[in-house]
Design a protein around this ligand. Sequence first.
Ligand SMILES: *Cc1c(COP(=O)(O)O)cnc(C)c1O
Length: 379
Amino acid sequence: MQVQKIYLSSPHMGGTEQSFVKEAFDTNWIAPLGPNVVGFEKDLESYLGNGNHVAALSSGTAALHLALILLGVGKGDEVICQSMTFSASANPIVYQGATPIFVDSEPETWNICPNHLEEAIKDRIAKGKKLKAIIAVHLYGMPYRAEEIKKISEKYEIPIIEDSAEALGSTYKGQKCGTFGDISILSFNGNKIITTSGGGALVSRNLNHKEKAIFLATQARDAAPHYQHSEIGYNYRLSNISAGIGRGQMQVLDKHVGLRRKMNQFYHEIFQKAKGVKVFSEPTSDYFSNHWLSCILIDKKLCGFSSEDIRLAMAENNIESRPLWKPMHLQPVFRNAPYYGSTVSEKLFEIGLCLPSGSNLKVEEKVKINDVLVRFIDN
Ligand SMILES: *Cc1c(COP(=O)(O)O)cnc(C)c1O
């Protein structure tokens, strides 16, 4: 019998996606524009509320790139970025010829540390540098310290780009993630909380941001019957086929958030008796995580096994698990970038592990995961 691999997070269709895609075929809207693109943007706008405008794009990375352009980031500028994140948060800074300045995490949300953020800002200003933006990330769906980060952003008048790629469906004090930034971004890649097979969005309360993002994402064509350009453009718009999948996914977003949160509960139950293993959880009731991925921290001195021991045992059983994001200041490609902080994100990387968290995991799969993990705890 062929045993299916259990993945960290795999696409989970709700059922109506194909009808939106079929409609696109029936009406021949097979293009990076059309009614599904507009419809998906409307769905996201009404989900996020608060007067937010959404531009649907080809990826979260493209959305981050356009966000930097909209904020005027260019050659010689500096942009602060949470060090512990996926490389896509930081790469677009380099696309613009700017320098990333990495900042450590704090241990409760694993996201950008307000103290080290302020330390970095003061030092860069003292050095006469031009700081143009702060990229803060809600890792694994856990909201960052939104109020403290906002205060610092206002104090020094540096706008926030909120990387909410992993946090659609999460909230902080009841406000939805994806609405905290001066500009925010979402991702609909195949492994995210909802997927369009590949896609992203730029979110802002400023309608000009949406309009300018769409203009730049469609090759920056001036209003003329011929092709005329006064600015460099990009091919970053979402396709009408992908947007159709997105419209179907929006119908099941909240249900899938509920299922991911149940997976987190599942791991809490498995590890509740295990000394030295901590399941990543909300620090207070102000935080509501979509628990995109459930993660654990393993103290080998207390439990006798390491995160790598678990990872290998799971791999032997055809179950995927993965270390946490390796901080950007430890990445060879960013070895020359300035860094502010201590060793919080490094420690998290050393002792953390992401576990299968999909909203589509079957009972048999959960039994198998449970068996492999319980063997460790009992030994
Ligand atoms: C997935 C992800 C991105 C990039 O989104 P894509 O749609 O894959 O380009 C950016 N930041 C974080 C934190 C992510 O997890």
